[in-house]
Write a protein that binds this ligand. Structure first.
Ligand code: AMP
Ligand code: MG
Length: 357
């Protein structure tokens, strides 16, 4: 299959929308990462996404809409399914964070085929803010199921070039848009209970949600135990190792799969920034002495880390690095801030290969 490159223009987005409407696959930019889109209501189109990514079919997809009025097409936000408080939370969250990097897990409507939700009776819904993404969904005329546009297991693509690296020849089209602003995937929050539960941390944090909803928001227990201090005092990241992937009960099925992994061997150095960098440098010298090509990753702040992490991992692989030595981003707050979301990705990328300093 030849992958057609579309420009980020109205005419080209319209043409890409027609491919989606007729059951084809098109990758496109969003504010989080590039997505690999298919008509969410067309089971056959969605099956092709699993094949293109090499993704296990029990790993559900996020369904993207471009108008809040389309929420009822994919989800059932009604009193026969949900308590009043949950419904109130859902509309408040939509009001505060949509369009934007928040995905809500809700009871699914009958129109969404099980293949889209990996057999679950829930659907994950997001209204992205990227104008290209919104126009594409609008032109396709249907909700768009779109996981990240990487081969399963690899870091999510945050540039058009990195999307093409993985998807060339596997999909009908790619919209060549800008680099992604946020750089890590959306926050996924289960909104079915009156207390929302974060299943995947992202740019929108526990605090952001609590402020907007006026209710307590919890982290899923598999994330809860991973919070640790990195700077002063004892790092408590040992719990990351203890929560081995196969032990996780997958309320969010993606949690049990290998994620974001570069080809190179990756180690994360945890501790105070200066000390962690120093130890990474010592290790880099040791590895270079035995002929390895080594890349050290260190970021100025958590936002930059979110923006650049996946791009840098892919660049290191392209440059043929044997080892990536990453300096952890300090968790300034323990309430699941953006640093926490970055560390969630970084530690998975490294297969929880951690060096505490
Ligand atoms: P990706 O599209 O690659 O960013 O991954 C989508 C992720 O969203 C999945 O791996 C799940 O972790 C999560 N997700 C999607 N649908 C559901 C759902 N119905 N229930 C819980 N989590 C979901
Ligand atoms: Mg993904």
């Amino acid at each position: 299959m030849k992958t057609k490159i579309f420009k980020d223009t109205i005419e080209d987005i319209e043409a890409a929308g027609r491919i989606l409407a007729s059951g084809g696959l098109v990758a496109f930019p969003t504010e989080t990462v590039y997505g690999l889109g298919a008509n969410a209501l067309d089971g056959e189109a969605v099956s092709k996404v699993y094949r293109a990514k090499g993704r296990p079919s029990d790993n559900p997809m996020i369904v993207h809409i471009s108008d809040i009025d389309d929420l009822h097409v994919v989800a059932r936000v009604s009193e026969d399914k949900l308590q009043k408080k949950a419904i109130e939370n859902i509309y408040k969250a939509a009001e505060a964070f949509w369009p934007g990097p928040l995905t809500m897990v809700l009871p699914k409507s009958d129109r969404v085929p099980e293949v889209t939700t990996g057999g679950l009776d829930t659907v994950a819904v997001r209204f992205p803010s990227n104008p290209t993404a919104c126009l594409l969904i609008e032109k396709a005329g249907c909700p768009i199921a779109a996981p990240s546009a990487n081969l399963s297991g690899k870091p999510s693509p945050t540039t058009a070039l990195h999307t093409l690296d993985d998807m060339d020849g596997r999909i009908e089209g790619l919209i060549w848009g800008d680099d992604c602003e946020v750089g890590i995937e959306s926050t996924v929050v289960d909104m079915r209970d009156s207390t929302p539960v974060i299943l995947r941390p992202g740019k929108i944090t526990v605090k952001d949600l609590e402020r907007a909803l006026g209710v307590k928001v919890r982290l899923h227990y598999t994330l809860e135990e991973s919070i640790g201090t990195m700077g002063n005092g004892e790092p408590s990241h040992k719990s990351y190792k203890e929560s081995r992937e196969e032990d996780i009960v997958p309320i969010s099925p993606g949690m049990k799969y290998k994620h974001y992994a570069p080809e190179a061997d990756m180690t994360v150095f945890l501790g105070s920034r200066d000390k962690a960098l120093k130890m990474a440098e010592i290790e880099a010298n040791r590895l270079k002495a035995i002929g390895h090509k080594v890349q050290i990753l260190i970021f100025d702040n958590p936002e930059t880390a979110a923006h650049d992490l996946f791009r840098k991992l892919r660049e290191a692989d392209k440059a043929g690095c044997d080892d990536i030595l990453a300096v952890g981003v300090e968790e300034q707050d323990k309430d699941g801030g953006i640093a926490f979301s970055v560390m969630n990705r970084m530690l998975k990328s490294a297969g929880h290969n951690i060096r505490k300093v």
